[in-house]
Every structure is written in C-alpha cells, then in structure tokens.
Design a protein around this ligand. Structure first.
Ligand code: SF4
Ligand code: SF4
Length: 265
C-alpha cells in the first residue's frame, strides 16, 4: 500500500508565528487605545477649533449648576478619558453615584456631575453644547427647546435652561454664529461617532449617539441591557420611598465594589 504523503499547509520555510503572551497583548491593546484616544482628542479639538467659539463668560457656572447638556459619543469618550486620568478613585465613585441618582430621578434640575465647587473638571474637554451655550442664534435655540419639550412632554417653561445666558458673547467678534456653521459642527461630530462608535446612519439620524453625560456613564459602567432593566424598574416603581431605597442600595454597592467599575479595558 502506498502511504499518503502528509501535506503541510502553508509555507514550511516561513518563520513560525509566535503568539503574543498575555501581558504583551495587554500592552499592545493599551498602546492602541492610547493612540485612538489621542487621535480622537486631536480630532475633536480640530472640530471645536474649526469655528471660533471663544467667549466672554464669567465661568461662575450658574448654568452648569442646573444641567449638563447632551453630548456626542466621541465627546463623552474624550471627557471620560480626562476623568480616568485626572481624578481620584473617590471622585470617580462620587460621579458614578450621582449619575445613578440622576438616571433614576424625575428631578428637572441635575447639576453637572463634572462640577466640583465652581470648577468644571473637564473644561478643556467640555462638549460642543457647553461651548455653544449663549452663542446659538435665538430662533435655533428656541427650536431646540421646542423639540425637547415635544420629546419630553414637558412645558417649555419647565425645561431647565430654556433660555440662553445673556452674559455670554463671542470674544473676538460681534458677528453671530450662523445656523450653517453650527450644523456643520454637529455633522462633523456625528461623522466621528460613526467612525469610532457602533452607530448605523439610521441610529445617528435618531440621535442614539447623543446623550447626557450621566446616561453615557451609566451605559459604560452597567451596559445597555442592565440600563434598560433599570429604566423598566424606574417606570414601574410606584412609591417614591421604594425608589429612594433602591438608589441608596445601589450607591452602597458602588462604594463596596467601585474599584472594579473603573478598570480600563
Ligand atoms: S454661560 Fe452664563 S451662566 Fe454659564 S457660566 Fe457663563 S456666564 Fe455663567
Ligand atoms: S461639562 Fe463642564 S462646562 Fe459643561 S456643563 Fe459640565 S461642568 Fe459645565
């Protein structure tokens, strides 16, 4: 019987591929993440700088004490990177607990979680809507408030920051921003989200890539599924006291196991 010759797949002279050890893989992933984040930061800075948004603003943060505006996904990642790099563990825990309270709250006033005293801890990374407050053409701002009022079924007068701050003006010119300039800035952010996030054009059209900081942080820490469970609980719970107890319990758990929430992948 003729023995079948074993056929080796591939080129026998090719150098053997060595698999990377786990620490090396981890270091490679960390380096890649650093590269993506620094590119993202540069890209965002490029977008923000494409129109002169510098303002005369006292930075007393009256507005920040009322609410944090919605932000694009890429902006959230940039802010998050800043937080992970620059604040203490205790501060991260404080921010997360506040985000839980906001997520499970009907209160209309939710001071920005990134505010410590009167200082924004991510001022250099603040999202476009923070940069824009006070600079919107009034009709455009009015339309935004109308839209929000429709979606949230809230009276316009009840919506926090339903008018713009009158103490802000452009630092280098008196010429108002145009609607086209503003739309272009948001389109650039959407394009960036489409590249780095898992968003279809349809999802972007529906603004799934645009949320408040506390919503994004909750998604990051708990994932979409658990967040949806939390939303269902929030909608179903009848007694305010039960909700408060539930939130307190969540905060106790976060204090206990907070460390594990802030491990960077
Ligand atoms: S936008 Fe107005 S309210 Fe907000 S920090 Fe500036 S001056 Fe204060
Ligand atoms: S991100 Fe900063 S500037 Fe924007 S609302 Fe929060 S504290 Fe204010």
């Amino acid at each position: 019987m003729v023995k079948k010759k074993k056929v080796r797949k591939g080129n026998r002279n090719a150098p053997k591929r060595r698999s990377l050890a786990a620490p090396a893989l981890k270091a490679k992933a960390a380096a890649e993440k650093k590269r993506i984040i620094s590119t993202l930061k540069e890209k965002l800075e490029g977008i923000y700088a494409s129109v002169d948004l510098s303002t005369v603003c006292c930075r007393q943060c009256v507005c920040c004490n009322v609410a944090c505006p919605q932000m694009n996904y890429s902006e959230f990642l940039n802010v998050l990177d800043k937080i992970y790099k620059s604040v203490t563990h205790a501060e991260k825990v404080r921010i997360l607990k506040l985000c839980v309270r906001y997520y499970l709250s009907n209160s209309l006033v939710k001071p920005c979680p990134l505010l410590i005293g009167k200082e924004c801890i991510a001022y250099a990374e603040r999202p476009l809507s923070c940069r824009m407050y006070g600079l919107w053409p009034s009709e455009m701002y009015e339309r935004r408030v109308e839209r929000f009022s429709k979606v949230s079924e809230m009276d316009k007068k009840e919506i926090p920051l339903n008018t713009q701050c009158s103490h802000v003006r452009r630092a280098n010119t008196d010429v108002p921003l145009t609607e086209e300039e503003i739309e272009d800035l948001f389109i650039q952010l959407d394009i960036l989200d489409g590249i780095i996030g898992d968003f279809t054009p349809e999802a972007i059209k529906k603004k799934h890539n645009y949320r408040t900081f506390h919503d994004w942080f909750m998604v990051k820490v708990f994932g979409e599924q658990r967040l949806s469970d939390l939303s269902n609980y929030f909608l179903a719970v009848e007694e305010e006291k039960d909700l408060e107890d539930f939130v307190d319990q969540m905060c106790i758990q976060i204090d206990k196991v907070g460390e594990k929430f802030f491990v960077e992948e």
